[in-house]
Design a protein around this ligand. Structure first.
Ligand SMILES: CCC/C=C/C(=O)SCCNC(=O)CCNC(=O)[C@H](O)C(C)(C)COP(=O)([O-])OP(=O)([O-])OC[C@H]1O[C@@H](n2cnc3c(N)ncnc32)[C@H](O)[C@@H]1OP(=O)([O-])[O-]
Length: 719
């Protein structure tokens, strides 16, 4: 867990050895304490260097240990002892110094960083704060404003930025450990008092209170209802107003309030869920670590609409040659200009050169004959997509993978019109595709494991969080969205307003409530889908649209809104009104209030006061209930996959963990009881009927979300 060696006859080299990230587990802390004691007591040793094995200094505390009781030596006294020692200690940072790893570097008297190293205090992203002295030492070293920014955002910084800020003493392109040993030899006998950061006085700006107020406001705006950044601000205030000995106590008190909070549990769950989601597995036994992806050097995109353009940018940014195809010259030219503009802006922001040389634009499918993979991103119309896939089958070489960017159509039906169904897979990007991190990789029943592995690995190369899902209408994300949206519109019928529902959801933590989100996405998309699926259309009496369709409750209000040409932000009117088409400042619209009042009186609905609690329960429990059905149906392999989809694709607040984790935190018994209650009140809404899996889990004593998988006996998986 820590290796001790004597190098250059007088330098103790302590190497943390806890792969993969040398996390400070109890065993590592124990070994470090022993090694430091040995170094400080050995008269031959004049200096110490601390480094990490395999080119990684340290990824911080072992997050897996947070769930259990503290074992082994606590970190704070160990770090204090390193700083107080009479022999110079040099940190040799390669790879990462994060969280407790960064705090370890802060107590070392000197720091050498490799030029590719990254440093940061990401504790806030895990719902806690840097409680091994980080909130007390960093402000003393770099000042309050810079420390506040790093601690409240958890941002990673480069070695160069750390040098500028005064966190590291030297950046090297050579082996950091060897450089640190030479540095340590030169530091012997130099006075250490000015190198003990906890002894420094925090440089305090004259307007401290005003500064803290501004940062508090910013944090509250960015992360509504999230506790950890606010606690970080209080801890940094202590660094400015208290001596170290008192400040560290304050830090520890604040940590105690966060450590066992639901938010910390949720955020730590998200950390592991994100990593679990990449580990796809099929009932056949094929999985992420036994299926080799193909190497993709060239790709083609069909369709340069909003989605197609975003996908081209994502691919080019990942260094892949892209041929973009459109059907008409004018569309091709517009798409080309937009893609080039997007790539140039993106490159400027990242300080790199735009990879325009990777792009080719064409009107001819014939140009695709040699590409490794095609992503079709044409209009969401099955007949059109089938025609494209038939053409691709003829044009592309037999080994080319054919992917469809559909948000819910049957991937297997598309595979069926090709000569290579095993090479067909869905790649459901989220709009805007070059910004949104989520990718649903939709596995058809005939998609080969190599095809799935390739799509998953391509997603990773593009910087996406990829989740493998089964093939059913809407897949995971959009299938779950339906009951959520339905509940929101039913609540409108019953007496709520769009602003009330949005506010309840935003107070819960969503960046945008359901109606503001729909206005942003465009209301016409859903309207077209409802028309295509026969739920609405010319046969429906526009004056008296029925409130039941296909044997269940149906709310026609969204169709009525669209019939007035109100398609959301792009038309300047939707559930809200905007200053102009494309405007973003949503204001309640009296016309919508009128529409709701007229609607309720036409159907003799007595509006009632609806509480925020009911809004949250009906929208979110219906959402999770569909998640349980998705697990039962084998469309998602585990609850973590569903949660990751909602976190990265639908703005579910991270500090709530995702819909499935949230249900587990509320308590499955309670979720079941509320769903039964609402289903009794609304028997014509099948989505409110508790799913058999939910009932089963409750009957099994509501096990933890990580073990639900053991209780799911899927007859057949769609994965
Ligand atoms: C008093 C306390 C005060 C201090 C608090 C802290 O320090 S809080 C901590 C503050 N630190 C952080 O928040 C840093 C969190 N870590 C990271 O940000 C990234 O892992 C990385 C940048 C270090 C490496 O990225 P990468 O893409 O190269 O790799 P990857 O991300 O795929 O991970 C590989 C494997 O390592 C696992 N694992 C990783 N870290 C930890 C950990 N600390 N612990 C345990 N496990 C950890 C990870 O789960 C995965 O396991 P799997 O799935 O193979 O079983």
């Amino acid at each position: 867990m820590a290796r001790y060696e004597l190098v250059k006859r007088s330098v103790a080299l302590i190497t943390l050895t806890n792969p993969p990230v040398n996390a400070l587990s109890s065993a590592v802390r124990h070994a470090m304490a022993k090694s430091m004691e040995q170094a400080l007591n050995d008269p031959k040793v004049t200096a110490v260097v601390i480094c990490g094995e395999n080119g990684r200094f340290c990824g911080g505390a072992d997050i897996r240990e947070f769930a259990g009781p503290l074992r082994g030596p606590p970190l704070v006294p160990l770090l204090d002892a390193i700083e107080a020692g009479e022999k110079p200690v040099v940190a040799a940072i390669e790879g990462v110094a994060l969280g407790g790893g960064f705090e370890l570097a802060l107590v070392c008297h000197y720091c050498i960083a490799h030029f590719k190293a990254r440093l940061g205090l990401p504790e806030v992203t895990l719902g806690i704060l840097p409680a091994a002295g980080g909130t007390q030492r960093l402000p003393r070293l770099i000042g309050i404003p810079a420390a506040l920014e790093l601690i409240t955002t958890g941002r990673h910084i480069s070695a160069q930025e750390a040098l500028k800020l005064g966190i590291v003493d030297q950046v090297t392109e050579q082996n950091a450990c060897e450089v640190a040993v030479e540095f340590a030899l030169r530091a012997v006998a130099k006075p250490l008092s000015s190198r003990r950061v906890s002894m420094l006085t925090t440089p305090c700006p004259p307007d401290l209170d005003a500064l803290l107020e501004v940062v508090t406001m910013e944090v509250k705006k960015k992360a509504r209802g999230v506790m950890a950044p606010l606690a970080c601000i209080q801890a940094v205030r202590a660094a400015a107003t208290m001596p170290y000995s008192k400040g560290i106590k304050r830090e520890s008190e604040l940590m105690a309030t966060l450590f066992n909070s639901g938010q910390a549990r949720a955020l730590q769950y998200c950390f592991f869920a994100q990593r679990t989601a990449g580990k796809w597995t099929l009932p056949s036994g094929a999985q992420w670590n036994n299926s080799k992806p193909r190497e993709i050097r060239s790709a083609a995109i069909i369709g340069l609409g909003t989605m197609g353009r975003g996908i081209v940018v994502s691919l080019a940014r990942a260094g892949i040659s892209v041929i973009a195809v459109e059907s008409e010259k004018k569309l091709l030219e517009t798409g080309k200009q937009m893609v080039i503009g997007m790539l140039e802006r993106d490159a400027k922001r990242r300080g790199v050169s735009a990879s325009l040389n990777l792009l080719k634009f064409t009107l001819s499918l014939q140009d695709l004959k040699d590409v490794d993979l095609v992503i079709e991103a044409v209009f969401e119309d099955m007949a059109l997509k089938k025609r494209v896939f038939q053409e691709l089958s003829k044009v592309c070489r037999p080994a080319t993978l054919l992917c469809t960017n559909t948000s819910g159509l049957d991937v297997d039906a598309l595979a069926g019109v090709t000569d290579r169904p095993h090479l067909v897979v869905g790649m459901h990007f989220f709009s805007p595709a070059h910004v949104m991190k989520l990718l649903e990789v939709v596995c058809g029943p005939r998609s080969s494991s190599e095809t799935i592995a390739t799509a998953m690995s391509l997603g990773k190369r593009m910087g996406k969080v990829s989740v493998a899902v089964g093939n059913c209408p809407g897949f995971v994300g959009n299938r779950m969205l339906k009951p959520y949206l339905d509940q929101a519109t039913f609540l409108l019928e019953e007496g709520a307003t769009p602003e009330q529902i949005d506010k309840a959801l935003e107070d819960f933590g969503f960046a945008m409530g359901v109606f503001r989100m729909s206005d942003l996405a465009g209301l016409d998309v859903g309207w077209r889908i409802r028309k295509e699926s026969g739920l609405t259309g010319p046969d429906v009496d526009p004056k008296n649209p029925p409130r039941r369709r296909h044997g269940r409750r149906y709310c026609p209000i969204p169709d009525m809104v669209c019939e007035q040409g109100r398609f959301g932000q792009k038309t300047g009117r939707g559930w809200y009104m905007y200053d102009k088409p494309g405007g973003t400042n949503a204001k309640p619209d009296p016309l919508i209030q009128n529409l709701l009042e007229m609607y309720r009186s036409r159907y003799a609905i007595q509006p009632r006061n609806i509480s925020d609690k009911e809004i949250i329960e009906r929208c979110l429990f219906a959402l999770a209930n569909e998640g349980f059905r998705i697990l039962e149906d084998g469309i998602a392999a585990r609850p973590e996959d569903i949660d990751v989809i909602y976190l990265f694709g639908y703005g579910f607040p991270r500090h709530r963990g995702g819909p499935m984790f949230y249900a587990s935190m509320v308590g499955l018994e309670r979720v079941l009881e509320r769903l039964e209650h609402y289903h009794q009140a609304h028997p014509d809404v099948p989505h409110l009927e508790p799913s058999p899996l939910l009932k089963k889990l409750v009957a099994c004593g509501s096990p933890s979300v990580q073990t639900w998988r053991e209780h799911i006996k899927t007859m057949h998986s769609h994965l």
